[in-house]
Design a protein around this ligand. Structure first.
Ligand code: G6P
Length: 763
């Protein structure tokens, strides 16, 4: 029955889609044409005075200089100046011969000396606009200005518009089909009762066992709900298809008119260290931020501005403190900023890691705020903001500011580059307003961050906390509907973007097979072939719950003696922030705890706990993750935690169990993991026992579901969604800017204009 309604409906929608595409293309083409005509008139009006003066003085060199200045505009290909009868006076070097003064006269397209021409042509397949505008001096035409615009971008925009229109109609078609089916179903089954039931289901409140009809509607509703959530969160941008490096790069070039980004992050992705052998080694630091952003940078190319922290970092940079990476591939540059010991102590160890880090993590470690640390934080943020400004290439670059080290940099960059698109991402949790207010400089931190165009957090809860803090501490307008803050007339969007890892993971392609990893790791740890292995991978940080993890292993052995002599937990612990007393104390406590547990349970050559306190390079970490029966991520509070996702990437054999703290951002996505409260040793030890006894088929089922999720929600999607949101903002700003230029009075001349060089851009 339903197809009788559906088929004609879909036919009508397809015809409408075709008609809309035709109409939209025609309309946008005429907008572009009007826009370029307006731009040409503005250019001519701006240059008229200078041209007339130099024409009177007969100074051809100055005339040529004015033409060069006109052609600096991104979209203007060339310019020329002719006599009223179209004889050449001056021209820019890139002027195509068909638009030279005499060529235009010969082609008969100019009615000299009345002049005036608007010519749209596609000489080599790319759209070009050539205009001839008379230059008047005392109401007399003294010269003709030829301005040639390159409009090849119009074709790209039209293609994007076509894709968008077709996509939008496809969604409408889908919704219409679903609505038709629903209407049919509702009519068939006593519809009033069904509506009541559906509403109850829609609210997620189901009292008692489900009826047959509820069951029948359950899958349909959950699909609908999933689709609506997807639409709401993506606003259609990422609809359909996998996110790949190529697709991400496409968003950057097609939607943002850029082909590179500038990332600002304290930690650099490659550290050059001089080893004890005297040779320079490249190290990949243990940092979730680096794990996530490095593949994004490979895909987008550009510059990563970071603290040069390696002992041989200075030896490998060029005169501008840059080095091309990844070694051997060289697809982007690291720009290193050098910090003095006192700057590093105040900005990095002090305000960032003794102040903001414990402030944002609910782990009962007291934050410390010192005024001298704050001063260093301010001045170091300024230095990094300056470095960013030196690296950008135009007045409206795309800048990605990362993490709590740079809360003030967005505002500082905004002051220098008012038209930049600044996307800031906060990789750690954001606390509630009451807690945040403990920071003596909470207003300055918020104001600094609101220099961003977009502010990203891992979860909606962190966004809510941020908005609550703005509401409480700043005189700003909060647009709850759009999740935006308006401060000083400028808007910052506040959005959740849960971060992820690259997928497929490059390491998975080259890693040894799982049985070999298992053999090698078991041999390194002195384990027998029947042993069971648990793995933890972390920086030695008090937020990671390493002590609670070892206590859970101890409790497991107490409660389930069958694992004694068989189960070993290997903790890969990378030393971190070792100048901070709290971190040194933690390291000592972990050692003492491991010794105590081993003292209690070790038998012969078997030890229940092995702490490998060293930096492990990514392939070594991957080998341990592939060898393990379980991975326990027990963070007490964590923005996301990418080790959990890396474990999934490592297990292409679909074996192994993830035991995951509920207090990680990752636990909201990875619901097929065994979720635990790491403070609750009974629950955590029971989960470890369940993991060790889980049948292979169940392991595979859980692994498959989680791997599919991370495969889809990979880091390219994370970055792509932020860039797509930025592109929308940028389009809107451009339009506003254009409208304000069109209506500008003489007094507005000082305003920054599209195409004008930035105050700090390199030439
Ligand atoms: C966390 C932070 C990152 C930081 C990483 C490692 O993941 O969010 O910004 O890079 O820890 O810490 P480190 O102090 O060594 O850079």
């Amino acid at each position: 029955m339903a197809y009788r309604i559906l088929l004609p409906l879909l036919g009508i929608l397809a015809a409408l889609a075709w008609g809309a595409t035709w109409f939209v293309n025609g309309t946008t083409r005429s907008w572009f044409e009007r826009d370029v005509q307006l731009r040409t008139r503005l250019v001519a009006a701006g240059a008229r005075e200078a041209l007339a003066t130099y024409f009177r003085a007969g100074d051809r060199q100055k005339l040529a200089a004015v033409l060069d200045e006109i052609a600096r505009d991104d979209r203007i290909m060339a310019a020329a100046l002719c006599t009223p009868s179209m004889k050449p006076l001056a021209r820019t070097s890139a002027l195509p011969s068909r638009y030279a003064c005499d060529a235009l006269a010969k082609r008969g397209v100019v009615d000299a000396p009345k002049a005036g021409l608007d010519l749209f042509e596609e000489p080599d397949g790319g759209l070009v606009h050539a205009a001839v505008v008379p230059i008047l001096d005392d109401d007399r035409i003294v010269a003709q200005l030829v301005v040639v615009h390159d409009l090849s971008f119009v074709a790209r925009r039209e293609a994007a518009m076509r894709r968008f229109t077709v996509g939008a109609f496809a969604v409408v078609a889908l919704l219409a089909s679903i609505a038709t089916l629903l209407v049919r179903r509702f009519t068939w089954h006593r519809w009033t009762e069904e509506i009541l039931r559906v509403l109850t289901l829609g609210r997620g409140v189901v009292w008692g066992p489900r009826t047959r009809q509820e069951k029948r509607f359950g899958p349909l509703l959950s699909d609908l709900r999933a689709m609506m959530t997807e639409l709401a969160s993506d606003q259609g941008v990422s609809a359909g298809g996998k996110w790949t490096p190529e697709r991400l790069h496409g968003v950057l070039t097609d939607s943002l008119d850029g082909d590179r980004v500038v990332i600002l992050a304290n930690r650099e992705p490659y550290v050059h260290d001089r080893g004890p052998d005297g040779a320079v080694h490249v190290q990949h630091p243990a940092s979730g931020l680096v794990t996530a952003l490095e593949p994004v940078m490979r895909a987008c190319s550009g510059v990563w501005v970071a603290h040069g922290s390696g002992s041989a970092d200075r030896e490998v940079v060029d005169r501008r403190d840059r080095v091309l990476v990844p070694p051997g591939e060289e697809s982007y540059a690291i720009r290193r900023v050098w910090l003095s010991e006192s700057e590093e102590r105040g900005y990095y160890y002090g305000f960032s890691n003794e102040g903001l880090w414990p402030l944002c993590h609910l782990v009962y470690t007291r934050p410390v705020f010192r005024v001298e640390d704050w001063r260093q934080y301010q001045s170091v943020n300024r230095r990094f903001a300056d470095a960013v400004c030196e690296e950008v290439e135009g007045p409206d670059p795309v800048v990605l500011v990362q993490d709590y080290h740079f809360a003030l940099a967005p505002r500082m960059i905004r002051e220098r580059l008012p038209r930049a698109t600044i996307i800031s991402f906060w990789h750690i949790p954001w606390p509630n307003a009451e807690r945040f207010g403990v920071c003596p400089w909470h207003r300055e931190v918020l104001d600094g961050m609101l220099g961003s165009s977009i502010l990203g957090f891992h979860t909606q809860q962190h966004c809510n906390n941020f908005l609550e803090a703005v509401d409480r501490f700043l005189e700003a307008r909060i647009d709850r509907e759009r999740n935006a803050v308006v401060l000083g007339g400028r808007e910052s969007l506040v959005r959740p973007y849960p971060i992820s890892i690259e997928w497929p993971d490059r390491r998975a392609a080259t890693a040894p097979p799982v049985p070999r990893c298992r053999r090698e790791v078991f041999a390194e740890l002195g384990l027998g072939p029947d042993a069971l292995l648990g793995v933890g991978v972390d920086r030695l940080d008090y937020t990671k719950g390493i002590e609670d993890r070892l206590l859970a292993v101890e409790r497991l052995l107490e409660r389930f003696p069958r694992f004694r002599g068989r189960f070993t937990f290997a903790q890969l612990a990378a030393p971190s922030r070792t100048l901070i007393p709290e971190y040194r104390a933690l390291s000592e406590r972990v050692d003492a705890l491991a010794s105590r547990i081993n003292g209690r349970f070790a038998e012969g050559a078997w030890k229940p706990v092995v702490v490998l306190r060293a930096h492990h390079e990514p392939p070594a970490v991957f080998r341990y993750l592939r060898a393990a029966d379980l991975c326990y991520v027990s963070s007490l509070h964590d923005g996301m935690n990418l080790v959990a996702k890396e474990f999934l990437a490592a297990r292409d054999d679909e074996r192994g169990v993830l035991v995951l703290s509920r207090f990680t951002g990752a636990s909201r996505e990875l619901t097929e993991a065994l979720l635990v409260n790491p403070y609750d040793l009974e629950e955590a030890s029971a989960a470890l026992a369940t993991a060790l006894a889980m049948p292979p088929a169940e392991q595979a089922e859980r692994m498959r579901a989680m791997r599919a999720h991370v495969g889809e929600f990979n880091v390219y999607r994370w970055a792509g969604r932020m860039l797509a949101d930025a592109a929308r903002l940028r389009k809107r700003d451009r339009l506003t800017n254009r409208l304000s230029i069109a209506g500008a009075s003489e007094d507005d001349e000082a305003l920054p204009r599209a195409g004008s060089p930035s105050p700090c851009a390199r030439r």
